[in-house]
Write a new protein. Structure first.
Length: 136
């Protein structure tokens, strides 16, 4: 599969993950009276699991990780955890460099998400789904 198609499919998975993340967090805060901080402890792993499922079935369908299902999921979660740190780090840097973004954090969040998406795609493609599937 061409790299551009893989990246496009990866971005679709990212949008799906964002909807899950934001939807679960918002539901827990609105209907469960959870703290916005604690709600993300549930929503982020759920979103990462959904993106793993999407990407293994769609984006990297022609590749294999060489791992069992649970091991592959754990590896995905670890790789995406690093991406979450990249996302948040970019967010903080944008807030420091552009102080006016403190009033518009969605812009800084978008910047962090874009940088993390490129990082996450690269790590998923180069470190987890790196081998082409062979016909059995």
């Amino acid at each position: 599969m061409k790299l551009s198609r893989q990246f496009f499919l990866f971005m679709i998975g990212g949008v799906i993950g964002f909807v899950v993340d934001a939807g679960v967090a918002q539901a827990l805060v609105t209907w469960g009276d959870w703290s916005a901080y604690y709600s993300r402890l549930v929503s982020i792993p759920l979103a990462a699991t959904v993106t793993w499922w999407w990407n293994r079935r769609q984006t990297f369908a022609s590749h294999e990780s060489g791992r069992g299902l649970f091991s592959e999921w754990l590896h995905w979660m670890a790789l995406m955890g690093v991406g979450a740190i990249v996302n948040y780090g970019t967010y903080v840097i944008l807030l420091i460099v552009f102080p006016m973004l403190h009033r518009w954090p969605a812009i800084a969040t978008a910047g962090g998400s874009v940088v993390a998406a490129v990082f996450n795609f690269s790590t998923a493609r180069l470190m987890l789904f790196k081998d082409a599937k062979t016909s059995a």
